[in-house]
Design a protein around this ligand. Structure first.
Ligand SMILES: [Zn+2]
Length: 99
């Protein structure tokens, strides 16, 4: 009986942010480090985080509006409204289009 080495493909489909397993089509690979990939959900989270950080470094009116959206989003999540039936479905749909 031969021992098969652990498959690299299983590790290659792990999100480097949340650790979840995803098909290759749902991962975004990093430019200089293609061995690292993040899932689409984490990529969106990272983008929002980067934009928030940029807004803090360079304050602007649009940055303040994005900050307001972020405060409302945090309040919705804290209250659990995003998990409430039809309201939750609507809020999660709406969140896809917000900055
Ligand atoms: Zn992820």
């Amino acid at each position: 009986m031969t021992v098969r080495p652990e498959s690299d493909s299983a590790a290659a489909t792990r999100c480097w942010c949340c650790g979840g397993g995803f098909p290759e089509s749902e991962l975004v690979r990093l430019g200089e480090h293609p061995e690292m990939g993040v899932c689409l959900r984490c990529a969106r989270w990272l983008r929002r985080r980067a934009v928030r950080q940029r807004d803090e470094l360079r304050p602007s009116v649009t940055g303040m509006l994005r900050g307001g959206v972020h405060v409302v989003r945090k309040a919705v999540v804290r209250r659990g409204w995003h998990e409430r039936g039809a309201l939750g479905v609507f809020l999660r749909w709406l969140d896809r289009y917000l900055p």
